[in-house]
Design a protein around this ligand. Structure first.
Ligand code: PA5
Length: 454
């Protein structure tokens, strides 16, 4: 089936927004205009005006944590040069970088590393990057330490507050391991990424002379992937951070319009909001490339923490297809109609594999051997689109030109910008996470009062 037929068919069913970019960035949008009008009007919201007002507020307010909006332009070249220098040193002197962080202080790096590294080995230019401090599993920690046996390693501890319990505990364990192995040289192998002025981690770094990268005060955790929080581990993993930033810069430029007709990020935010008010309470991000599993996690944290407040917000969930077509696919097709899907896919993939001809053809697959695996993956996406559309599931489709550093940078920025707009459309503040603080407080109380039942 041709793309034109695919689009025609998709127009007949439910909402379909295809966001396309790549070389066609200037005219990338294909959508069903009738449905647009329905969506724009069904709850009486004048999205165009609301979005434009929020846009100017977001871009211009001086007291907002909106530093991430400019970071792709402003990331001053001294910081980039320093990140590249330290990353070069780590790759030269270590086999493994251990990143200690949780939430926004690790998910972006993990997402990009996983998306752009080969599946079963590090990037050619990179070394192994392990993540700790995002769980409290003794088993996990034990095995990390086992993994480090006989290996040279560096530690990058990342925490904006400098006092997150999971991170502090993991850092203490790893720091002692490094001190045992390297003695006083350990201090040179510890890199701290934290606030420039305050926090326990900042004090430790100053006291022990650890090298430091600073998280700008106007950039919150889940919006920090393009700051040293994400860039250092990503660079050590072998991904080209300059290209990542170039992609983000390109997105920042392309998504500067206040007009929802011209701004794809705002358009995505508008559709999400319209669907939410129409009764869909779950957004299911669906990819067809398993390397995106952690991008899903980053996206869930970004939207979940930004929007899930005041008893409002879409619940961000994710699926990896084909895997989940054989599990959650049943629910999507026929279950409680609370969800819509956002398909995330790539137009071009560098690697592919052909289905071989088999003279016996006992499995009757010779008829599809004209296709490659990626082509069948694309056909599966179309088939899923049709089936789920027939099942009544609205689908937004985001198609990215290619899976590389530039386009991932573009995508990260696209999602951050949509997310801030989405939260404001809901009437919640995108940049805090009071619910997260609540659990931290309860645990602290439990630990102090020793009421834990052993
Ligand atoms: O988005 C956020 O701000 C949070 O998810 C934080 O990143 C997370 O709680 C970790 O906090 P910190 O970097 O202070 O250790």
């Amino acid at each position: 089936m041709s793309m034109a037929e695919y689009m025609k068919l998709s127009k007949m069913e439910h909402l379909s927004l295809i966001l396309r970019w790549g070389n066609e960035w200037l005219s990338p949008l294909k959508l069903n205009t009738n449905l647009d009008e329905q969506l724009m009007n069904f709850n009486g919201t004048d999205y165009a005006e609301a979005i434009s007002n929020i846009h100017y507020y977001l871009e211009e307010a001086i007291d907002l944590p909106n530093g991430w909006l400019n970071i792709p332009y402003m990331m001053d070249s001294d910081v980039i040069a320093e990140i590249l220098g330290v990353s070069f040193e780590i790759r030269k002197k270590a086999d493994v970088l251990v990143v200690v962080g949780i939430g926004g202080s690790y998910l972006g790096a993990k997402a990009i590393k996983e998306a752009l590294s080969p599946y079963f080995k590090p990037c050619e230019e990179g070394i192994e990057v392990l993540f700790v401090g995002h769980n409290l599993s003794g088993r996990y920690m034990n095995q990390v330490i086992e993994r480090l046996q006989g290996k040279e390693f560096y530690i990058n501890v990342i925490s904006k507050s400098g006092s997150t319990m999971e991170v502090s505990i993991a850092f203490r364990i790893l720091r002692q391991l490094a001190q045992k192995k390297y003695g006083t040289e350990a201090n040179e192998r510890i890199i701290v990424t934290t606030d420039s002025e305050k926090g326990s981690l900042k004090n430790q770094a100053t006291n022990h002379g650890y090298r430091q990268f600073h998280i700008p005060s106007n950039i919150g955790g889940r919006y920090s992937v393009l700051s040293p929080v994400g860039l250092l581990p990503i660079a050590v993993s072998g991904v080209d951070v300059v290209q990542l930033l170039e992609g983000a810069k390109s997105a920042a430029w392309a998504l500067k319009e206040a007009d929802v007709e011209k701004n794809l990020a705002y358009r995505y935010a508008m559709y999400r909001h319209a669907l939410y008010t129409k009764g869909y309470k779950v957004e299911l991000l669906a990819s067809f490339e398993p390397a995106l599993a952690y991008l899903h996690e980053w996206w869930k944290q970004l939207f979940g923490e930004s929007e899930g407040k005041a008893k409002k917000g879409l619940f961000p969930a994710s699926v990896s297809y084909s895997t989940d077509l054989h599990s959650l696919g049943q629910f999507v097709q026929e279950g409680n109609p609370i969800l819509f899907e956002t398909f995330l896919s790539f137009r071009e993939m560098e690697e592919d594999y052909s289905i071989p001809i088999d003279l016996q053809d006992e499995d009757a697959l010779n008829k599809v051997s004209q296709y490659t695996l990626n082509e069948i993956n694309g056909i599966t996406k179309q088939g899923t689109f049709f089936a789920h559309s027939e099942g009544g599931v609205p689908i937004i489709e985001i198609e990215i030109k290619r899976l590389d550093a530039f386009h991932m940078g573009y995508l990260l920025f696209f999602f951050m910008k949509s997310c801030a707009m989405s939260a404001y459309l809901l009437g919640v503040f995108p940049f805090d996470q009071p619910g997260v603080e609540a659990y931290k407080k309860k645990i602290a109380e439990l630990l102090i009062t020793e009421t834990i039942v052993k």
